[in-house]
Ligand binder design. Sequence first.
Ligand SMILES: NC(=O)c1ccc[n+]([C@@H]2O[C@H](COP(=O)([O-])OP(=O)(O)OC[C@H]3O[C@@H](n4cnc5c(N)ncnc54)[C@H](O)[C@@H]3O)[C@@H](O)[C@H]2O)c1
Length: 392
Amino acid sequence: MGKKQINIGLIGYKFMGKAHSHAYKDVSLFFDIPIVPVMKVICGRHDVPLSIAQEKFGWQERITDWKKIISRSDIDLVDITTPPDEHKDIAVEAAKEGKIVFCEKPLANSLKEGYEMLEAVEKYKVKHAICFNYRKLPAVGLAKKLIEQGKLGKIYHMRAVYLQDWILDPEFPLVWRLQRKIAGSGAHGDLNAHLIDMARYLVGEFSEVVGVSETFVKERPLLIEKNDLNTGLVVTEKSDKKGKVDVDDATIFLARFENGAIGSFEATRFAPGRKNGQRWEINGSKGSIVFNLERLNELEYYSVDDPACVQGFRTIIATDASHPYAANWWPAGHIIGYGESFVNMVADLLNSIANHQMPSPNFVDGVKCQEVLEAVEKSIKQGKWIKIMSKI
Ligand SMILES: NC(=O)c1ccc[n+]([C@@H]2O[C@H](COP(=O)([O-])OP(=O)(O)OC[C@H]3O[C@@H](n4cnc5c(N)ncnc54)[C@H](O)[C@@H]3O)[C@@H](O)[C@H]2O)c1
């Protein structure tokens, strides 16, 4: 008997659109899952580049209006990879139509929108998931296991940084990620969102935060969209005029956790040489672990239980079949990459759907992350520590 199929409607076809398409394409090759994703319809606003993406990524159909995906009875799962300003409307409408909703991070542009999204998926009783894909790396899964097994003992610290440098040049244009109405915030919602999720996953719930942020380059060249008459493509060009950057370039915050641990978190797009430098270290009474996304197959581990003569950080290559997800990939030592985190994410999502379980992480995690993001912003405005008063 053939496997059950699930029809996917993907909204967005650029960076994350490609990452999610790659995941749907590869998931059945590496995972034995009772349901098979069918790449049914892809959506974007401009038909010509969309048609190129449709063909390249392997989607059956394309549509330029996302509402037409939501209203189709043959679509089971709506996958949202648009910038955050569109997440709420698409997710709420998709939930109303009874679709499974899979949304990119950050969940929304504000906590208020996040609550509306969670309310909708709960009201219409649909499954929901958020793409905090870094949870799905074998080295991160190993970190989680070590903590659960008590190998770190009582956790004291998490210090985490997410460092990039792609907007260092003051002449880099005012893209959507630098506009509050589209992105919600800058480095904070984009990068700290990942760190906050990682901290919630590995350490526990936040109890209070205090932050500081800065926008180093306050104005940048505006972008203008033009139709290229030769190719039919919509192209963007830098204008002579400048517009205001109204998001943070860097946000740093300190935190206390409910379990007594303390942490420091830093997100910046102004760290020359750091391209996608997500690094964190967790220290406990019995040991420490260290992770660096740019060496994502590795987890460093130090145990106080080792004999003193051999004590030191060991580097574990998380490719052994005993490591989470690793058995689905290559033989030990044959490493995986960034794109594979999305395949693992989609594998978990499809397995949850097949087993009639709520996927993890989901909109609850999205909202909890948003509560911390917003508390940090409030603390920056008010210049004081803010307690996380979770409403969920
Ligand atoms: N999980 C991760 O590691 C990760 C990495 C990068 C981005 N993201 C998140 O993914 C989301 C998208 O980021 P990106 O880098 O892919 O952006 P992008 O600019 O590369 O792509 C955005 C896509 O959304 C489409 N789009 C925008 N408005 C639309 C509309 N109204 N209707 C249909 N399509 C629309 C655009 O055409 C484009 O294809 C953001 O929320 C971002 O934070 C997550």
